[in-house]
Design a protein around this ligand. Structure first.
Ligand code: C2E
Ligand code: MG
Ligand code: MG
Ligand code: MG
Length: 267
């Protein structure tokens, strides 16, 4: 009996594995078709100055205009996109549209997300500068969001790339700060314009159950202050969270409290 039960279970497991493998293959094929159809666009979420409330820039966030399931957020397909390398093609389609939007809207900066693997791909910086030239977007209005992993993967290379981009006016932001290795000793060696404090810490700021969030955010802000790096609180949803960030000296905020991601605002 036990044996029979065991076999049933492993058959069930195989069945699930097959179904998952099929789902991933379908998704990959879907993604390839969508790339040919240019079915991706950036949505834009405002980043505000916490003191004045003024919008200082926007983050471009990828959405897939899927025929039947769209618009899809990155979580739905970024895993397959990264495993297959297809995300890089998607990124270029989205960056192009984000740069075109920049040229139509003269206010503030636009930040784009770059995965570690994409950041370290051949000629990334050159291609980015080329696309800026092609679209006529102003390099000094562009920010790239990278994560700590991109810095630590190949530090000398990352440093060269960031210097090249900075030399042309493109600043770098460190995304999801606090969730990675947070090798603090590295920070002062890289030309980083701002740290984006991860939303998991911001969420804990008005929650008595998470006193460690306050301690962490305070430490991050002190560090950034010492190094002369600007700061952006991510995922700000309540006035109380915004107040705490302001009091602790965080200069910028982003989150549903100030505005949700929207398709091409102002167009
Ligand atoms: P991220 O760069 O950390 O972006 C912030 C995420 O938090 C976005 O999710 C945004 O919609 C969401 N968010 C903003 N404010 C709030 C808030 O107040 N509350 C909550 N709960 N969430 C908030 P989204 O758009 O689903 O993007 C997820 C991730 O996908 C991004 O995280 C980024 O790592 C990646 N991503 C987005 N666009 C691109 C892209 O063009 N290329 C690549 N390679 N990755 C991208
Ligand atoms: Mg980001
Ligand atoms: Mg983030
Ligand atoms: Mg994130």
């Amino acid at each position: 009996r036990a044996k029979a039960l065991g076999r049933d279970r492993s058959e069930l497991f195989d069945e699930r594995m097959r179904a998952e493998a099929t789902r991933l293959l379908d998704l990959e094929a879907d993604l390839r078709r969508a790339i040919l159809a240019d079915a991706f666009e950036p949505w834009f979420q405002p980043i505000v100055d916490l003191a004045s409330g003024e919008v200082v820039g926007h983050e471009a966030l990828l959405r897939w205009n899927h025929d039947t399931r769209g618009p899809l957020p990155p979580d739905a397909f970024i895993g397959v996109g990264e495993d297959t390398g297809l995300i890089e093609q998607v990124d270029w389609l989205v960056y192009r549209r984000a740069f075109q939007w920049m040229t139509r809207h003269r206010e503030g900066y636009v930040s784009i997300n770059v995965s570690p693997r994409h950041f370290h791909s051949d000629n990334f910086a050159e291609r980015l500068l080329q696309l800026l030239e092609e679209t006529g977007a102003e390099p000094s209005r562009l920010r790239i969001e990278i994560t700590e992993v991109a810095l630590l993967d190949d530090a000398p290379r990352a440093l060269r790339m960031l210097r090249t981009l900075r030399g042309r006016g493109v600043f770098a932001l460190l995304d999801d700060f606090g969730t990675g290795f947070s090798a603090l000793s590295y920070l002062h060696r890289f030309p980083i314009h701002a740290l984006k404090i991860d939303q998991s810490f911001v969420a804990g700021l008005d929650d008595a159950m998470h006193p460690e969030s306050l301690a962490l955010v305070r430490a991050i802000l002190a560090l950034a202050g010492t190094l002369g790096i600007a700061t952006i609180g991510e995922g700000v949803e309540t006035e109380a969270q915004a107040d705490v960030l302001r009091q602790l000296g965080c200069t910028m905020g982003q989150g549903f409290l100030f505005g949700r991601p929207m398709p091409a605002p102002g167009d």
